[in-house]
Design a protein around this ligand. Structure first.
Ligand SMILES: Cc1ncc(COP(=O)(O)O)c(C=O)c1O
Length: 363
């Protein structure tokens, strides 16, 4: 029997076991071709059909309206930090973009956007170590701005926007890398919603970009062809060899999600998983949660123990019990449990038991 741990890593992250098994079983021979999915052309009819099915599943599961294009882009989540400004900064003549700074990844997105235009950071929780989603004063949303960017779930600090901000006619851009498909999101609220694949979709390197078609075609003239949304939309993301394996794995994950009851059902399960851990944090003075209660993420639960020594012992003992990759990001230290869609309730129960026992022995 292959050993499988409960993998709480923030990404690349655990994927559903039935998906991994299926990929293993058909790895050498995809659909009777006698060749692997990674050995066939991205322009073969088999792969093009797979791409169509992936689109259809994503559209169905996320209720993506027809006036939005689905793109499969190279370069993971962070390539979008460049592609968003390259494709949208010029949407309005002021060449100005608004960003909310809620953590490490939004900081990087801001830094990147500054290369292409004026960036106004309209709200930030930097002063409280990104422990919350900051208040956003509607007066700061300049209607002349080309877009407003938010990170819908902050992987490192464990915060999440409950409701997305109203941005009026300013297109809202969301980085949903660490929460796509984990809860219902109204795509219509966004001009662009993007996610690196390596948490709730599939292997790293791919990003799914959902973009309102009316926003296509506004790229800066120097935008490289492969980074141009309109080009990808026109070519069904097959401008060059796409990340065929990651698309294939994502499609299997989407099929799995559908068998689980889709996004509304997984959302209920995700809320229950997070609530199990937050209940322990709330009842304890030993564990200290990082995130401000109303803004806590259901995907990434972050907390500290009284001393770095106890944190190190916690992580060591957890790993010995098959509770893997719980180390917090270096920015916060401590512990981070990532509870993506593929993390089972059994895994969370095992972690909860471990946390209670550890507190009893060390608290
Ligand atoms: C919210 C968020 N955005 C962007 C990224 C970066 O993704 P990538 O490493 O694929 O560039 C991550 C990675 O964890 C993330 O959590």
């Amino acid at each position: 029997m292959t050993r499988r741990v409960y993998n709480f890593g923030p990404g690349p992250a655990t994927l559903p076991l039935p998906v991994m098994e299926r990929a293993r079983d058909e790895f050498l021979d995809f659909q009777g071709l006698g060749a692997s999915i990674i050995e066939i052309s991205h322009r073969s009819k088999e792969f093009e059909a797979l791409l169509d099915q992936t689109d259809a599943l994503l559209r169905e599961l996320m209720e993506i309206p027809q006036d939005y294009a689905i793109l499969y882009a190279h370069g993971g989540g962070q390539m979008q930090f460049s592609m968003v400004p390259m494709n949208l900064m010029r949407y309005r003549p002021a060449r100005k973009a608004l960003y909310v700074e809620t953590g490490e990844f939004s900081k990087r997105a801001i830094e990147e956007a500054r290369r292409y235009g004026t960036v106004d950071v309209v709200a930030s929780s930097r002063g409280t170590r990104f422990d919350r989603i900051p208040e956003l004063d509607p007066a700061r949303i300049d209607p002349a701005a080309s877009y407003l960017h938010i990170t819908t779930n902050n992987t490192i600090c464990g915060t999440q926007w409950r409701d997305v901000p109203a941005a009026g006619d300013v297109p809202l851009v969301g980085d949903a890398t660490s929460e796509i498909l984990s809860r219902r999101i109204d795509v219509r609220r966004f001009g662009v919603l993007y996610a690196g694949a390596q948490k709730n979709l599939g292997p790293a390197g791919l990003a799914v970009v959902i973009v309102r078609r009316s926003l296509l075609g506004h790229e800066l003239p120097e935008t490289p062809k492969l980074l141009t949304y309109k080009v990808l939309a026109d070519d069904h993301s097959l401008t060059n060899t796409t990340n065929t394996f990651s698309v294939y794995m994502s499609k299997l994950v989407l099929e799995w999600l559908k068998t689980q009851g889709g996004v509304p059902a997984i959302e209920v399960r995700n809320q229950r998983k997070a609530a199990t851990l937050y209940a322990i944090l709330d009842a304890s003075s030993f564990y200290r949660g990082h995130a401000h209660t109303p803004d806590r993420s259901i995907m990434n639960v972050t907390f500290n123990l009284p001393t770095p020594e106890l944190e190190a012992r916690f992580l060591r003992e957890a790993e010995a019990q098959g509770l893997y990759a719980l180390k917090g990001h270096r920015a916060l230290g401590g512990v981070r449990a990532s509870l993506y869609n593929a993390m089972s309730e059994d895994g969370v129960a095992a972690l909860a038991d471990f946390m209670r026992t550890f507190e009893q022995r060390n608290g």
